[in-house]
Design a binder for this molecule. Sequence first.
Ligand SMILES: Cc1cc2nc3c(=O)[nH]c(=O)nc-3n(C[C@H](O)[C@H](O)[C@H](O)COP(=O)(O)OP(=O)(O)OC[C@H]3O[C@@H](n4cnc5c(N)ncnc54)[C@H](O)[C@@H]3O)c2cc1C
Length: 476
Amino acid sequence: MRPGLCFKRGAFSRGSETPAVKASGMRKTIEELGRRLGGLEVHTEPGLRLSYNFDATGRRGEALGVVFPEEQGQLATVVREAGRLGLPLFMRGAGTGFSGGSVPVGGGLVVSTEKMRKVFSFAPEEGTVEVECGIVNNELQCFLEPRGFFFPSDPASLKVSTIGGNIAENAGGPRAFKYGVTRRHVRSLVWIAPSGEILETPMEGPAALLAGSEGTLGVIYSARLSVLPLPEAREVSLVLAGSDENAMRTASALLAGGLRPGVMEFIDSKTLGCVGEYRSVRGLDTGESCLFLEFDGPLRDVEAQSRMLDDFCRRERLFKISARGRVESDILWDLRRSISPSLARKGITKINEDVALPLGRLGDAVAFIHSAARELGLDCYIFGHCGDGNLHVNILTDRRRHEEMSRSELFVGRLFEKVAAMGGSLSGEHGIGMTKNRYLGLLFREGEIRMQQGVRSAFDPAGFINPGKYFSGICS
Ligand SMILES: Cc1cc2nc3c(=O)[nH]c(=O)nc-3n(C[C@H](O)[C@H](O)[C@H](O)COP(=O)(O)OP(=O)(O)OC[C@H]3O[C@@H](n4cnc5c(N)ncnc54)[C@H](O)[C@@H]3O)c2cc1C
């Protein structure tokens, strides 16, 4: 790891303070903030604060106060006053993040967006909708669908995660293969600079950097998003491919043969078996790896692609389940979206890493991952958006078994080293947050990290917005 780089952490990062002294200082500051916010309550009840200490990683921080602003003015006041008081501020959507992005590490104020979920306007002729940051992705989809539109960014967490969180993480998802990640669908933002200033800007210049900034540069209040007309037809298929290698070979052969699925997901045999225990669908108990595909577009194109897939599967003797109507398609989509919950149900601790590689390297990567896990005696499950090279690598373990946790950490280190050596990225979509920051040196040279720190300081010189994330782990 590259030593010596240290990100400025703001007023509460003085090394000489013990955590207790720091927390007690912050509590007083939070009381002062409460006085300055007037009508907006700062919640300090222990039961309420507890649920804001974590995100989906299970990593823990300490929410010393939680606020629920309801409109732009309140949000801007919170940011301005927290900045004046030097109080660490952590934005939180739904807390589904897989890299600890919203965890109040080191203690501070959590700003929840859950009371800001309005749809301001919908302009079908322009293909845009303007929403507040706290709206849940699926609430937006439910608003759009009866009007004949959809929002193309669809993380598998869409039933829970918020548009603000999706933008801050530049979320991907199954449909990103065809439609691209969230940033591509954001036209403009209303956002609050760390000074408290409200800015309304198109997705150019500074605002463009907010997408994927993991909540470290500024606070997103609302967004004007691009939406698309619903496709005339959609067909979902599950193709059982036998081994992992054959699944990857099949994915490449389908693309080389001219198929253009909107969704192309890989699910390894263990993961499929685990989903089969959770949801009973015929064909899931075969012990085979599979591809999950969706074609969408004009009916004639979908039918043509479907026939090509049929021919391919017949030639290669692959078993396929397909669904075209809404009800049957939903069953297959529910199955895909229940992968994470079914794994979480099976293991006490789920270590979830996501990496990205060129499609042609995925087969080798999957073989390496399974062999490294076997060597270390770990229970490993792989799935992901293979169309755009994104693999989710899950280890089911138990954080109370310390020796097994050390082996898991060793595994994660080997995984990241291998991925970096193969020209891949440490995060396909879940971000760096507080879980991967110590591996940044595998991806970037010292000078490149310093440039990124410079950008961060230009936005937030005091470093009070989401401290302890992205850069902090590389401090020596
Ligand atoms: C079951 C499951 C499936 C998932 N599938 C996918 C997937 O397919 N694709 C994918 O990309 N991710 C996926 N994720 C990860 C996660 O859902 C995404 O990162 C999502 O975008 C986080 O949204 P959230 O509202 O939960 O944000 P949070 O977890 O609350 O926050 C995430 C980050 O965004 C920041 N943030 C939140 N709101 C704002 C705001 N208004 N202004 C500035 N910063 C803000 C936070 O500070 C934090 O750094 C999955 C997670 C789960 C649990």
